[in-house]
Design a protein around this ligand. Structure first.
Ligand SMILES: CC(C)(COP(=O)(O)OP(=O)(O)OC[C@H]1O[C@@H](n2cnc3c(N)ncnc32)[C@H](O)[C@@H]1OP(=O)(O)O)[C@@H](O)C(=O)NCCC(=O)NCCS
Length: 166
């Protein structure tokens, strides 16, 4: 699909948009793939190599970095920050700025139907399980089991039996 004509949308020519994708103003997308009927909120940045599934919702001000994969029907709240470099440095030991090849990208997977609450930070290398729920403001440092609810910094399981609160 061709990028829509809204001048506030920065969509690189290499972005693959599925049919029915809804983009709000001031998004910045490059080298990524967005599945059909997914909505992307305002001020969202999605980097190269990211795959967003179908029927996802990515709320405003979130950042999806290289290495992130969202399966179908994932909910991303407002201002969610993914990360992909576990020990980031600006320069090498000699003080030379590190370029594109000077770091290791650590991938992150969010499985089908999972939800991530607003203001959360997701450390690279984790898998967030199917239909899991991450509470607002969490820092996720470990894998989240399917259907578990986690919250806090570091995020811990709130519902050990994996059941939704009624
Ligand atoms: C995590 C969440 C799903 C839990 O909801 P819940 O199952 O109804 O849980 P409760 O409100 O009964 O809280 C259970 C306990 O977890 C704590 N808790 C709940 N959410 C928390 C959070 N985000 N961070 C830290 N602790 C949290 C509560 O304080 C409570 O602790 P207590 O038993 O010591 O009082 C919910 O609080 C949440 O954060 N939802 C995400 C909201 C969001 O970001 N929406 C995005 C779009 S607007």
């Amino acid at each position: 699909m061709n990028a829509p004509a809204d001048p506030t949308l920065r969509i690189a020519p290499d972005v693959r948009l599925g049919s029915g994708v809804r983009l709000h103003g001031f998004v910045n997308l490059y080298g990524c793939e967005i599945g059909e009927d997914t909505g992307i909120g305002t001020f969202v940045e999605i980097q190269k190599g990211v795959k967003v599934g179908a029927r996802c919702k990515v709320s405003s001000h979130s950042f999806l970095c290289e290495g992130v994969t969202l399966e179908d029907e994932v909910f991303i709240g407002h201002g969610v920050m993914f990360t992909n470099d576990l020990r980031p440095r600006a320069c090498d030991d000699e003080g030379r700025p590190l370029g594109d090849g000077g770091w290791r990208c650590v991938p992150t997977l969010v499985r089908r139907g999972a939800s991530i609450g607003s203001g959360s930070t997701i450390l690279g290398g984790v898998v967030i399980g199917e239909l899991a729920m991450v509470g607002a403001g969490s820092v996720v440092t470990r894998d989240v089991p399917p259907r578990a609810t986690v919250a806090g910094n570091p995020a811990r399981i709130l519902n050990p039996c994996g059941k939704e609160a009624s």
